[in-house]
Design a protein around this ligand. Structure first.
Ligand code: DQA
Length: 145
């Protein structure tokens, strides 16, 4: 079965209790279940880290294994040039990386209005709760499933 990497950045391990009015009350295990339930035909490899280095190493792994990526860079979205450079390598390899956000960053604080990742992502889906990830998975299925 083909694999898809669903990578989540800092503080997303706290989903469920973190700002529930913004991110909802479900956790990462619920997200994993929803993605598996979607029956995309992909093996869902969902991971979370608070470490920029680890996230970058997972992007490198995606390139080497030609695995499509759904990435919620969390706060790294707004300032991590290192993560952006890693995402650019995916673009250069002609592979898919969909940037996702649970909330709509453009309806929030000013510092969230800028993504340093978006310009090198294949596309961006934001503001649909966990459905952002489900939509990203559907797009990947349509393109390479
Ligand atoms: C987020 C939005 C970011 O601004 C924030 O830092 C997050 C989560 C989202 O999924 O809505 O941690 O990426």
């Amino acid at each position: 079965m083909k694999r898809v990497l669903v990578l989540n950045g800092p503080n997303l391990s706290r989903l469920g209790s973190r700002e529930p009015e913004v991110y909802g009350t479900l956790g990462l295990e619920d997200l994993r279940n929803e993605l598996e339930k979607a029956g995309s035909g992909f093996d869902i490899d969902l991971r979370q880290t608070d470490s920029e280095a680890e996230l970058i190493s997972w992007i490198h792994e995606a390139i080497d294994s030609q695995t499509p990526v759904i990435l919620n860079p969390a706060a790294f979205t707004h300032y991590s040039y290192a993560l952006r450079d890693a995402a650019a390598l995916i673009q250069q390899a002609g592979q898919i990386l969909v940037e996702v956000h649970i909330s709509n960053p453009y309806s929030r604080e000013q510092f969230r209005h800028r993504s340093v990742i978006s310009a090198v992502a294949t596309g961006v889906i934001a503001g649909f709760g966990f459905e952002s990830y489900l939509l990203a998975l559907e797009l990947i299925r349509r393109r390479i499933g």
